[in-house]
Design a protein around this ligand. Structure first.
Ligand code: SDX
Length: 434
């Protein structure tokens, strides 16, 4: 972050003294105006609901160019990482450490993660408290938060070693917990992780093996899942990452912070959109019903949105959506489902939307959630688990951002202010006078 030659000068039409504020330049992307002295100098706050024009921190992890539809993890384009940049654990190493691992570093990292994939044997008893039909995200919020009760040896957030151990434990155990949530929901026994399988193959094993039959690893499907995880790994200061940072700013332990991120991700406007997008496609049913559905979306009173479309930052095609669509082709072809009606419906809906003035004028394009449900469904993952898979993938991004925040010398507890529009001071009347 460097000082810009120019400053921002705030002046007031009522003749109040103007205020010069420094402008900082990043390595790429919008500059920022440092308003930290604003309240002390003017007694006023800025007002920015939804943080449309607010940079809450400086970060070197992920950069999005919304106008160009570009996404970089530590400077590497997502297209390179997802297609020929190795596997998800290489991306995890990159996000956590800032550089891609060499062969020796990767081998050590994979071995470390692999040896933390089991959860404490008592974790299984938490699941019994849930109904079998509990939404997996409710199970994950509960069980990830509960991890803090098992790992008292890695809760000191000021100890770099504790931070490192917690990061590995969370990355390693999320697939195990997500698979356990699935097994619990279908009444099958939990399946222990295996150390001889890759991260994504191990997840598929824990999801689809049973005591009677071992899951047969299909490399195309495992590669597809690995790519889905890479595409979802991090995404700047989105709502759930900001939740993790805000929780972490109070000194809360990393397991509690990740549980908070999972809770936020659950919302249909955020990570819950992949589940909502598939439900939307299934409710539309056929290409013939698209015009009526689009008309509903345009009718503000309907409250209907085109799920999987639109984005706060991307005002162009989400690069992850393109890669997800390619992954759809690969998986459906591998499974002989080329004519999957839902995929055809999704492509028809996308084509119609991208030619419709309503969506074009609002720069609404497919986002990562539009196709991810179709490919996950083809992999055999139930709709209700889609957001759990998103949380599994995003855990590395959340934890990388959390670690960056903890070690940021500018870090303070997050405590936004408000524009108060409620009642000024008044006296409590006795109840017979109310
Ligand atoms: C993710 O932030 C991230 O990086 C998130 C994420 C990540 O990796 O972490 O990328 C993951 O959350 C992707 C987004 C998934 N959500 C959805 O697909 C749900 C549907 N999308 C919308 O809810 C919406 O697009 C948001 C929430 C994603 C973005 O909303 P904004 O930026 O607040 O924009 P807005 O709601 O102000 O919309 C601007 C206009 C409005 O119309 P007007 O008031 O101008 O007439 O566009 C309309 C909106 O009504 N609009 C939509 C729409 N999205 C926006 N209309 C119909 N369908 C949509 N999907």
């Amino acid at each position: 972050m460097t000082n810009s030659e120019t400053k921002a000068t705030l002046s007031f039409s009522d003749g109040s003294p103007s205020l010069d504020m420094p402008i900082y330049k990043g390595s790429v992307g919008p500059d920022v105006i440092d308003i930290r002295k604003l309240y002390g100098a003017t007694g006023m706050f800025t007002y920015d609901p939804g943080f449309m024009s607010t940079a809450a921190c400086n970060s070197s992890i992920t950069y999005i160019d919304g106008d160009k539809g570009e996404l970089l993890y530590r400077g590497y384009p997502i297209e390179q990482l997802a297609v020929n940049g190795g596997d998800f654990l290489e991306t995890c190493y990159l996000l956590l450490n800032g550089e891609l691992p060499n062969a020796a570093e990767k081998e050590k990292f994979v071995a470390t993660v692999t040896n933390h994939t089991m959860v404490h044997e008592q974790m299984q008893f938490f699941f019994r408290g849930f109904r079998r039909d509990a939404h997996p995200m409710s199970v994950l919020v509960g069980t990830v938060g509960a991890l803090a009760s098992f790992y008292h040896d890695s809760l000191d957030i000021n100890d770099p070693h504790h931070r490192e151990v917690s990061a590995i434990r969370l990355i390693a155990k999320m697939p195990t917990l997500v698979a356990m949530a699935y097994k619990y929901s279908i009444g099958q026994p939990f399946v222990y992780p295996r150390n001889d399988l890759s991260y994504s193959a191990n997840f598929m094993h824990m999801m689809f093996s049973t005591p009677c039959a071992e899951y047969k690893v299909n490399d195309v499907l495992v590669r597809a899942l690995d790519r889905i995880l890479i595409l979802h790994a991090d995404h700047e200061q989105n709502a759930s990452t900001s939740t993790v940072r805000l929780a972490g700013s109070s000194g809360a332990n990393p397991f509690a912070c990740i549980a908070a991120g999972i809770a936020c991700l659950w919302g249909p406007a955020h990570g819950g959109a992949n589940e909502a997008a598939l439900d939307m496609l299934e409710s539309i049913g056929s290409v013939d019903n698209i015009p009526e559905f689009i008309a509903q979306v345009k009718d503000k009173n309907s409250g209907v949105k085109l799920m999987g479309f639109g984005h706060r930052v991307y005002k162009n095609y989400d690069p992850r959506a393109k890669l997800m669509r390619e992954t759809c082709y690969e998986v459906l072809n591998e499974l002989g489902l080329q004519d999957d009606p839902l995929f055809k419906l999704a492509m028809a809906l996308e084509k119609i939307a991208l030619e419709d003035e309503y969506f074009v004028s609002r720069k609404l394009y497919p986002n990562v959630d539009f196709y991810s449900g179709i490919v996950q469904r083809a992999l055999g993952i139930p709709t209700s688990l889609f957001t759990g898979i998103f949380a599994l993938a995003r855990t590395v991004g959340w934890i990388a951002q959390w670690k960056e925040m903890i070690s940021d010398p500018e870090q303070k507890i997050g405590r936004p202010r408000q524009l108060f529009v409620g009642s000024p001071t008044r006296t409590v009347p006795p109840i017979d006078k109310r």
